[in-house]
Design a protein around this ligand. Structure first.
Ligand code: PEP
Length: 250
């Protein structure tokens, strides 16, 4: 009942011609796939190129971040409305690399989520624990704080513009994937928390993606879990063959 989402985070890779090339390779490989939402997230400078290259396909384009103000003296920032104007339908917010290297906090993530929803973008809201937090047994406490703060003031209507991505930091770019059971356990707890923050129907409708070294070899097992509704894919989204194989998990 929840349409699966497979999203590729291209991080700081692919210039304009590489963006065009990757989308030209990807489009025929995913043509005819139905019942799966396909998203790619190139760098800011390649967004309009990606939007043009994806035209006529079912591939949608996301930005990797945004600011919370629509305009003003904020040198270097990009507003949600500008992303919409550039043809983006989605934006990733709160990726662990932004939290780790660029001072992103739960409070700034919250402001960005609300601004992005208001601009009509669908948000891929990333949460996840570090290895130290998992080993200390605080995985769900950490994720609960990220969710409670990140969603503060996010209305039930806004929630319809939201997709959550559970990305254990220790699994991102490391080749270590959470086991199907480890991922399912956290996804189920996220959904239970959403019931208490919103209601059962809203929690049931919300897609929760898993991210962290997803590959063609492990996608099927992950997607077999009850509360895993798709994947946010980094490294394996940079090659058309591997990303298409993930999209074609069924
Ligand atoms: C990511 O960047 O969100 C990610 C999950 O990366 P990778 O698939 O490379 O671990």
């Amino acid at each position: 009942m929840r349409t699966p989402v497979i999203a590729g985070n291209w991080k700081l890779f692919k210039n304009l011609s590489e963006t065009r090339e990757l989308l030209q390779e990807l489009a025929p490989r995913v043509a005819g796939v139905s019942g799966v939402e396909i998203i790619v997230a190139p760098v800011f400078t390649a967004l309009t190129t990606a939007v043009q290259a994806a035209m006529g396909t079912t591939i949608r384009v996301a930005a990797q971040d945004c600011f919370w103000e629509e305009e003003g003296a904020f040198t270097g920032e990009v507003a949600p409305g500008l992303l919409k104007d550039a043809g983006c339908s989605h934006v990733i917010i709160g990726h662990s690399e932004r939290r780790q290297y660029f001072g992103e906090t739960d409070a700034t993530v919250n402001r960005k989520i609300k601004a992005a929803c208001a601009a009509g973008l669908t948000v891929l809201f990333c949460v996840g624990e570090t290895l130290a937090e998992r080993e200390a047994g605080t995985t769900f406490t950490v994720i609960e704080t990220q969710l409670r703060t990140g969603l503060a003031g996010v209305t039930a209507a806004d929630l319809q513009r939201l997709i959550i991505a559970y990305e254990p930091v220790w699994a991102i770019g490391t080749g270590k994937t959470a086991s199907n059971e480890q991922a399912q356990e956290v996804h189920a707890r996220i959904r239970t928390l959403l019931v208490s923050l919103y209601d059962q129907a809203a929690a049931d409708a919300l897609r929760i993606l898993y991210g962290g070294s997803v590959k063609p070899e492990n996608i099927r097992g992950l997607m077999g879990q009850q509360d895993i509704d798709g994947a946010l894919v980094g490294g394996a989204s940079l090659k058309a063959d591997s990303f298409a194989a993930i999209v074609r998990f069924q």
